[in-house]
Write a new protein. Structure first.
Length: 227
């Protein structure tokens, strides 16, 4: 009786939407890593895709996969697949949001930068309801980024790239809002101009000297000598 009950529970979990999404997303990437670089790194793939995992751990693992066989096309493709794979979260929990890495240094491998991961298309409420891109819109950009990575990615985190595309339905998006419509930070205000310098003061006139009186005295002395 116990074994029959356990079988029913496992069957229910296997067909649950959350488990189904994990099954759809996880095995392809894990299988690619297994075939490219072996089981040690492949075994770490499920852990970095869990909803509670650090989103930066997925990018660090992708760097390790690419570095396991430098220059190997299969290893690089497997690393790209890991970066592109949707991380798991329960989209049926109201207010649940995906998380993206905010470390601008990750991934370190140049060929992995500019790639966005897919997001669930079953958010509650639906993504895009608050003016953001919808799941379908951001997933189209994500799919394109796997083929042609987003070019303007230097010095930007993956989270920053999502915000730049117009997708804001993720944890921490409010801290990444662009200050101006053009995306540029307003220049600092110029300092106020210094007031004009005051003209130098005239030197004070010498006091106590009567020039006319001195000249008259000198003339009188010269006349007295002539007489």
């Amino acid at each position: 009786m116990l074994s029959a009950t356990l079988a029913l529970v496992l069957a229910a979990v296997a067909v649950s939407p959350v488990h189904a999404r994990f099954g759809q997303q996880n095995p392809p990437a894990q299988g690619q890593v297994q075939n490219a670089v072996g089981g040690s790194l492949a075994g770490q793939v499920p852990g970095v895709l869990l909803g509670g995992a650090d989103p930066c751990a997925k990018l660090s693992l992708a760097d390790q996969i690419a570095a396991a066989k430098p220059g190997n096309a299969a290893a690089l493709d497997a690393a790209r697949a890991v970066v592109h794979t949707e991380a798991n979260f329960n989209p049926f929990t109201p207010g649940a949001l995906p998380k993206f890495c905010g470390d601008a240094a990750l991934p370190k491998t140049p060929e992995l930068r500019g790639i966005l991961a897919l997001v669930s298309d079953e958010g509650v409420p639906a993504f895009g309801s608050g003016g953001s891109l919808t799941a379908a819109q951001i997933n189209k950009i994500s799919a394109d980024s796997l083929k042609s990575p987003i070019a303007n990615n230097a010095g930007k985190s993956v989270a920053r790239l999502y915000a730049d595309q117009g997708f804001k339905d993720f944890v921490g998006a409010g801290q990444l809002q662009i200050a101006t419509p053009g995306g540029a930070t307003p220049p600092p205000a110029a300092p106020p101009a210094a007031p004009p310098a005051a003209p130098p003061a005239a030197p004070p006139a010498a006091a106590g000297v009567d020039t006319n009186a001195e000249l008259k005295k000198l003339l009188n002395q010269m006349l007295a000598l002539l007489n």
